[in-house]
Ligand binder design. Structure first.
Ligand SMILES: NC(=O)c1ccc[n+]([C@@H]2O[C@H](COP(=O)([O-])OP(=O)(O)OC[C@H]3O[C@@H](n4cnc5c(N)ncnc54)[C@H](O)[C@@H]3O)[C@@H](O)[C@H]2O)c1
Length: 505
């Protein structure tokens, strides 16, 4: 078999317990140092938590050779792999739980419902109705025969989370449990502090629990492309670290930058919380030999996955309010509500995007190809890049097919951000090392969103909450409407001719 993870070995497998003859988790020892120290005296030995009968052995069995790794939808997967989803009630968490469950993973999860509460605080609701968690779990069991091990819990309740981790012993942890809104973090001091407390301290506490309870687990931690900002120099946004051949020259001298963390330039207090997480996760991989993928995820859009579309009770949430709606999802709702699509400022901002269904596939591939102990790895999870004004044009075009007359408006930008900038995103690991090829075209997913949202019940849910769409939260802390700069019809306007670059080769 030649799939992307066939040649990974016990080094990558979370069932391998590295405790034979080496204190792997002693501070400050690199894998190379340990291997060098061992020299001729011995090999690195492991025990397998799944196959204790093997005793101690060298960690050299490939996934392809190991009977615990079986053929799955995308390459090999660990039989009944135990995956814990933190933030399982959320937009992504629920879709991922269903997908993993259907693929044969043993799924557990927690949520504290802060997303439901904060959307309610805005006076909004999810446009696609979602059930309470008890009903969701019941429907997943009835429709797919799934039995999720779910608890209501805040990740900052460390005693409770410790007990749950000890009970489940997850082999991978997907960490979605953060407050994901830039505007929410800019409302006032209370909101900014809440976001940073929830996200940064929640993650920091989690790292200590992983170290003590499940150090072999693979942590898939969600960051965002917004951590990088958009450097005006046009420097590519590498995947977290500079490539081996990057150099810095200054006054006739030259240094290698290879392997160093690239600069971050976050664009809100929410994004700052993600940058702080990045350093905390990076450090714990270094100090304690934890392993993690830090996923710098583009803006997610859409509603469709095979599982969420199966039954209305399995649908995932879909928000459009100014705090929690992401741009494509909001624009479709605006088109339906008859509100001209609101481009902030020039609309020349370039962003990385990925459809919900593609993002879920990426997560499965990351879960089934864990990093080695001590390895902190970053992937840029993006399948396309677009300027905001182009997105508005695409949505207007698809909306027209659905019989809608869509207008576009430029409004004063409530954010502090660079509006005209180069952008080159490097996203090579997912396509080249993890076998991912995006399958969802942006028009196709937008079309699905229109089809779903134009059901009368959903259209009236949009209209009921249309007042929550327009931006009122400014980065200055003020609360006021953004004035309209101009209004125009799709196709009427010529845009700047700079474009972003997505480097997947
Ligand atoms: N949706 C996107 O476009 C996007 C883009 C980039 C990154 N991300 C990141 O992906 C992750 C998931 O995003 P999402 O869109 O599904 O958001 P979401 O708000 O729908 O999901 C997060 C879930 O975590 C829960 N949660 C938050 N804090 C918690 C805590 N302290 N304890 C327990 N549960 C908690 C929330 O109630 C929510 O259900 C977030 O970390 C977000 O920053 C999302």
């Amino acid at each position: 078999m030649s799939c992307f993870n066939a040649n990974k070995t016990c080094w990558n497998c979370p069932a391998a317990v590295f405790k034979g003859n080496v204190d792997f988790r002693a501070c400050g020892q690199s894998q190379d140092e340990i291997k060098a120290k061992l020299g001729d005296e011995g090999q690195i030995m492991i025990e397998c938590a799944r196959r204790p009968d093997l005793g101690y052995f060298e960690p050299s069995i490939t996934f392809e050779q190991c009977p615990e790794w079986i053929e799955g939808e995308y390459g090999l997967q660990l039989k009944n792999m135990r995956v814990m989803i933190l933030g399982m009630d959320g937009y992504l968490g629920w879709a991922l739980a269903l997908k993993l469950g259907r693929m044969g993973f043993q799924v557990s999860g927690i949520d504290n419902y802060t997303r439901r509460d904060t959307v309610a605080e805005k006076g909004a609701h999810t446009i696609v109705p979602i059930e309470r968690m008890t009903e969701r779990l019941h429907a997943a069991s009835e429709i797919y025969g799934l039995n999720f091990n779910y608890r209501r819990m805040d990740i900052r309740e460390r005693d409770h989370l410790a007990a749950f981790l000890d009970e489940v012993k997850p082999e991978a942890i997907v960490h979605y449990a953060e407050i994901p809104s830039a505007p929410y973090s800019m409302v006032d001091a209370d909101h900014a502090i809440e976001v940073q407390d929830n996200n940064t301290l929640g993650t920091l506490g989690l790292l200590w629990l992983i170290k003590d309870i499940v150090p072999e687990t693979s942590l898939i931690k969600l960051g965002t492309m917004g951590e990088y900002g958009a450097p005006l120099t046009g420097r590519p946004l590498f995947e977290g670290m500079f490539p081996a051949d990057a150099t810095l020259t200054w006054r006739g001298r030259e240094w290698s930058l290879g392997g160093e963390i690239t600069p971050r330039d976050p664009v809100s207090f929410y994004h700052v919380s993600k940058v702080q997480d990045t350093y905390n996760v990076y450090e714990s991989c270094k100090y304690w030999w934890l392993r993690s993928y830090d996923v710098q995820q583009g803006v997610i859009y859409g509603v469709h996955t095979e599982e969420t579309a199966k039954d209305p009770r399995l649908r995932t949430r879909f928000d459009i309010d100014e705090w929690f709606g992401t741009v494509i999802n909001r624009f479709v709702a605006q088109a339906i509500a008859g509100i001209p699509l609101t481009i902030y400022g020039t609309g020349e901002q370039i962003k990385g995007f990925i459809a919900l269904e593609d993002a879920m596939e990426c997560m499965v591939r990351l879960i089934t190809s864990p990093p080695e102990p001590g390895q902190y790895d970053v992937v840029n999870q993006v399948s396309g890049i677009h300027k905001l004004n182009e997105i508005a044009e695409i949505i207007a075009k698809v909306g027209k097919k659905h019989g809608l007359k869509v207008e576009i408006q430029r409004v004063e930008n409530p954010r502090v951000e660079t509006e005209v900038h180069p952008l080159e995103i490097v996203s090579r690991k997912l396509p080249r090392e993890l076998g991912f090829n995006p399958t969802v075209l942006v028009e196709k997913e937008i079309d699905r969103v229109f089809t779903l949202l134009m059901q009368p019940e959903l259209t009236s849910r949009i209209k009921e909450k249309a007042h929550t769409i327009m931006p009122k939260t400014r980065w200055t802390g003020e609360k006021k409407d953004s004035g309209v700069i101009e209004k125009y019809k799709p196709g009427e306007k010529t845009y700047g001719d700079h474009h972003g670059v997505l480097d997947t080769e």
